[in-house]
Design a protein around this ligand. Structure first.
Ligand SMILES: CC(C)(COP(=O)(O)OP(=O)(O)OC[C@H]1O[C@@H](n2cnc3c(N)ncnc32)[C@H](O)[C@@H]1OP(=O)(O)O)[C@@H](O)C(=O)NCCC(=O)NCCS
Length: 179
C-alpha cells in the first residue's frame, strides 16, 4: 500500500478496493454532490468502478486522487489530491487539478485544507509542476475558501457544464515565496 503524504492528523495513500464502502457513504449523500452536478451514486458497484477508474489514472498518469485516512481512528474520510485533466476546460488542457471530497461527518475539521496543502507541496516538490489549478462552483464557498487558504487565486469565472465556476491557480514560484 503506497503512502504518498502524511499530515499531522491524516494519511494520504493510494485508494484501495476495500475503500468502496467509505466511498459509497460519501458519494451516495446528496449534500456531498450539491456542487458536483447533483448526481449521487446509487450503488456500491459504482463506487467500486470509481476506484478502478482512479487506479487506471495512477497507472497511466502517475497521479490520481488519494484516499484520506484519519490517523486517530484509521477511518476512511474521503479523497483528496491531484488529477491530470486531459480534456479542455476554460481553454486549458493537460493541467493538474487539486480537488477533495469527504463524507459529511468529517467536514468542518480543517481536513480539506490540511490535505490540499500536502497535495500542493507534493505537486511542486515531487512532481515538479509549474502550476496547479482548482475549479469550484461559485456558490461552493467552503471549497473556494480551502483553495484560497492553499494559496490559489481566483483567475476567472467560466461556464462548466452550464454552471459558473471559478478557475483558480497557484504557480510554483508563489508557493515557494509563501513558505
Ligand atoms: C469542500 C469540503 C471538502 C471542505 O472540507 P472541510 O474539511 O470541511 O474544509 P476545511 O475545514 O479545511 O475548510 C473549510 C473552510 O471553509 C469555511 N466554510 C465552510 N462552509 C462555508 C460557507 N458556506 N461559507 C463560507 N465559508 C465556509 C470553513 O469555515 C473553513 O474555513 P476556516 O478554516 O477559515 O474556518 C467538504 O465540504 C466536501 O467534501 N464537500 C463536498 C464535495 C465538494 O464540494 N468538493 C469540492 C469540489 S470543488
Amino acid at each position: 500500500m503506497k503512502i504518498y503524504a502524511e499530515t499531522k492528523r491524516l494519511i494520504l495513500r493510494a485508494l484501495l478496493a476495500t475503500d468502496a464502502p467509505g466511498m459509497f457513504e460519501m458519494d451516495s449523500d446528496p449534500e456531498v454532490h450539491l456542487y458536483l452536478g447533483n448526481k449521487p451514486v446509487k450503488s456500491i458497484a459504482q463506487s467500486e468502478a470509481d476506484i478502478e477508474f482512479i487506479h487506471t489514472q495512477y497507472r497511466e498518469n502517475g497521479i490520481g486522487r488519494w484516499a484520506v485516512i484519519e490517523k486517530e481512528t484509521g477511518n476512511f474520510v474521503g479523497w483528496s489530491g491531484l488529477k491530470l485533466i486531459k480534456e479542455t476546460h476554460n481553454n486549458h488542457s493537460n493541467y493538474y487539478d487539486l480537488g477533495y471530497r469527504f463524507s459529511k461527518r468529517y467536514w468542518g475539521k480543517g481536513y480539506a485544507t490540511e490535505t490540499a496543502i500536502a497535495a500542493r507541496d507534493y505537486g511542486f516538490n515531487i512532481l515538479q509542476l509549474n502550476e496547479i489549478i482548482g475549479i469550484a462552483d461559485v456558490n461552493n464557498l467552503g471549497s473556494i475558501h480551502v483553495l484560497e487558504k492553499t494559496g490559489l487565486k481566483r483567475i476567472s469565472v467560466f461556464d462548466y457544464q452550464g454552471i459558473k465556476h471559478h478557475w483558480m491557480r497557484i504557480e510554483k514560484q508563489s508557493a515557494i515565496i509563501r513558505l
